[in-house]
Design a protein around this ligand. Structure first.
Ligand code: ADP
Ligand code: MG
Length: 696
């Protein structure tokens, strides 16, 4: 949030006219508490209402003001009742189209009436159209003025209209002009070096850009005034991440001597395969980290199927051998159970006891696990986020392993850190989501990165086909033939609704259709509403090839490993994002058999969906998919921050503004060293309430 010099206390937002307790509450939700905060509520785009455009000069997609005469208005009754108003100026004809309208409105569109309209130009049936334009009747009192500045459009929340924002900003900007100072936090040399304007100047311009500035420049955030804020915001984020990391590194962690490698070696000797070069390298990097008494904070990134689990197990053994406890955490119950199975299989011969803890663990069994943990009699626990709960106490937690990290926020990561008693546990985070470089530098700047960039030998890439749902029956028959020939398949049902119930119903329906259509094929059904024991039994049956075709919801998305399954059909694939499709598809192509994935869609396909599905068809490379994802969706969503609000930038965009990141890093270091107060002020200004994340 904006800071004011100590001499001048910031005035509360209620000092503005028109802001009562109710609006103040709404504004507080957006992090706006003081008058100056509102200056940092930045427009997302601009409209040009500064001049009237001739119909002849309009292009489809333009947003423009026009001045026209009504020719003719009529109501059309088709699928929807619409009011169409044909209008013209001296250069051409155009249609205004309304879906919601009152009788009074309709009556006002008399032939000859003069209108000023603002709207977006689209291609209509017979001519170009404005759909639901804003409009005003022009009376005889002469022409009304156009706007003097470009019109900013603000991100908003329920109950706050654009006009309200503009009014509030008018007041705040007036105050800014009358001498309220905004502290300049960027060093003068930096402003000079990049030719950036001073803060008050930049803020004023962004809220009230003069008509001679091209809207395109502003919309693309390329104006120096905007770039200045972009840079400042990226800088604030870098500072907070650096600080987070520094604080973390000041703590002492258990030192795990390199000599504690016997258990891990035994496990390696017992494995039916050799570690890949990439796995060996990452195992070594982890060993080296663990042998220091500063806490490891490492992200191991490896595409689906690259073999992250065994790497985790080897790290765990190292720590257990040194006498510390290890917690392994997975984002779903299904995955946590699968880890529990794998670890049990690997570690039982080594006489290491493991227990499982999830939200569903209850009663005596849970109590017993907690006691063993607290007393230090249980070296290894595997579970879901239930491991975060307050009553879970460790005796001497030495390592936390978090699988498929993108499901957990920085937040949760930090609360786990706090669980280590005297010593700060090491952390290993594993993810299949390849993180493009820019994101890694910003979002994960507090982590060291290891990459498992090699798949175990003998895998054949998955062939992917994109098909319309019209061919569902054909696909069903093909799957049937393959299952009868001894192959195993997944049939994945998706629904756009958040409701788990509906999703489960869709899966149930699909399962009964498939059972009926495919006699002789053993169909199983798994979804989120089954008890965990039921899920486990089903997965076991599928693993042992007692089920041929597993109908599933997206519960199988993450981590599930049944190498013999080599076919997958994803229904309504157009509804899923790239990251999710890649995860799902990663369930096949794990054995040596050639695998095939059918992405089935419900036509018509939107252009974006079409783009996504072709990316999936064209590549299996998680890294390319992640880059495309970033291009198509933008970074906020790639990180899943829409939900967590974790890195929500106000003006910066990691992709667009990538070039600033190295500069921001450099300056962040410099400020933290030489001007720590400025660094703090920057964090307060831009991260405000969120800054406490950095104070662990
Ligand atoms: P992910 O990285 O997606 O978590 P997993 O750890 O589930 O991958 O491993 C995928 C499969 O590959 C498992 O069946 C695992 O046993 C096997 N695997 C792991 N490493 C190797 C290797 N070096 N050689 C052969 N198979 C391996
Ligand atoms: Mg995995």
């Amino acid at each position: 949030m904006p800071t004011t010099p100590a001499s001048q206390p910031p005035s509360p937002i209620t000092a503005l006219k028109g802001v009562g307790p109710k609006s103040a509450e709404r504004l507080a939700k957006l992090g706006i508490h003081h008058v100056q905060d509102i200056l940092f509520h930045l427009p997302i785009r601009y409209q040009d209402r500064t001049r009237v455009i001739c119909i002849r000069d309009l292009r489809v997609g333009d947003q423009a003001v026009i001045e026209v005469t009504v020719k003719h208005a009529e109501i059309q009754v088709g699928r929807r009742r619409t009011l169409t108003v044909s209008v013209s100026d001296h250069t051409g004809l155009l249609v205004l189209r309304f879906f919601h309208f009152s009788t009074a409105q309709q009556a006002a569109f008399k032939p000859g009436a003069r209108l000023r309209c603002f709207g977006e130009v689209r291609n209509g049936f017979t001519s170009r159209e404005l759909i639901h334009p804003e409009y005003r009747l022009i009376t005889d009192d002469g022409p009304t003025d156009v706007e003097a500045a470009l019109t900013p459009i603000y991100p908003t929340t329920e109950g706050m209209h654009q006009l309200t924002w503009r009014e509030l900003l008018n007041q705040a900007l007036a105050e800014l002009k009358s001498g309220t100072t905004l502290t300049e936090l960027l060093p003068k040399e930096v402003l000079d070096q990049f030719n950036l304007p001073l803060l008050p100047e930049a803020i004023h311009l962004i809220h009230r850009p003069s008509p001679d500035i091209p809207v395109k420049l502003l919309t693309e955030h390329q104006h120096p005034a905007q770039q200045r804020l972009v840079f400042e915001e990226l800088l604030a984020h870098q500072i907070s991440l650096r600080q987070l990391r520094e604080r973390h590194q000041q703590r002492a962690a258990p030192l795990i001597p390199l000599t504690c490698g016997n258990l891990a070696q035994t496990l390696r000797d017992n494995l039916p395969f050799q570690l890949t070069q990439a796995q060996q390298r990452v195992v070594q990097q982890i060993q080296t980290d663990l042998a220091h008494d500063t806490p490891m904070l490492r992200l191991a990134q490896g595409d689906v199927g690259s073999g992250k689990t065994i790497v985790a197990a080897l790290a765990a053994l190292q720590v257990v051998e040194a006498g510390y406890q290890v917690a392994v955490m997975a984002p779903t119950e299904l995955l946590a159970e699968q880890h529990y199975d794998n670890f049990t299989r690997w570690l039982t011969p080594l006489k290491i006891s493991i227990r499982y803890l999830s939200g569903r663990s209850k009663g005596k069994k849970r109590q017993h696990s907690l006691e063993l943990l607290a007393q230090g009699q249980l070296p290894l626990i595997i579970g879901t986020h239930a491991l975060f709960q307050a009553d879970v106490q460790f005796h001497n937690l030495g390592l936390i392993i978090i699988d498929e990290q993108h499901r957990f926020g920085v937040h949760q990561r930090l609360s786990l850190r706090a669980k280590g008693n005297q010593l700060q546990p090491h952390q290993l985070i594993m993810t299949a989501t390849p993180i493009p470089r820019t994101l890694a530098m910003t979002a994960y700047a507090d982590l060291d990165l290891s990459v498992i960039d090699e798949l175990p030998p003998g895998r054949t890439p998955v062939q992917t086909t994109v098909l319309s749902a019209h061919r569902r029956d054909e696909v069903i028959q093909r799957i049937g033939e393959n299952c009868r020939a001894g192959r195993q398949a997944y049939w994945v049902c998706t629904l756009i609704e958040e409701s788990e119930l509906l999703q489960c119903q869709a899966a149930e329906d699909a399962a009964s259709t498939l059972t009926e259509a495919l006699p002789g094929v053993r169909v199983g059904l798994i979804h989120g509403r089954l008890k965990s024991t039921q899920k486990e039994t089903l997965m076991q049956a599928f693993k042992q090839a007692e089920i041929d075709l597993l109908v599933a919801t997206t519960v199988i998305e993450v981590g599930v490993d049944v190498p013999n399954a080599s076919l997958m059909v994803i229904e309504n694939a157009e509804r899923l994002g790239l990251a999710q499709l890649h995860q799902l598809r990663g369930r096949i192509g794990r054995g040596s058999q050639a695998s095939h994935c059918v992405l089935m869609y419900q036509p018509p396909l939107s252009q974006l969906a079409q783009q996504r599905l072709s990316v999936m068809r064209d590549t299996n490379d998680g890294f390319i998919i992640a880059e495309k994802d970033l291009e198509i969706r933008g970074p906020g969503e790639v990180l899943g921050t829409r939900q967590t609000g974790e890195i929500a930038f106000r003006i910066a965009d990691l992709l667009r503004d990538e070039a600033w990141i190295p500069e921001a890093q450099k300056l962040a270091d410099q400020l933290l060293r030489q001007q720590p107060e400025t660094a703090q002020a920057l964090m307060r200004r831009w991260l405000g309430d969120k800054v406490h994340y950095a104070r662990v």
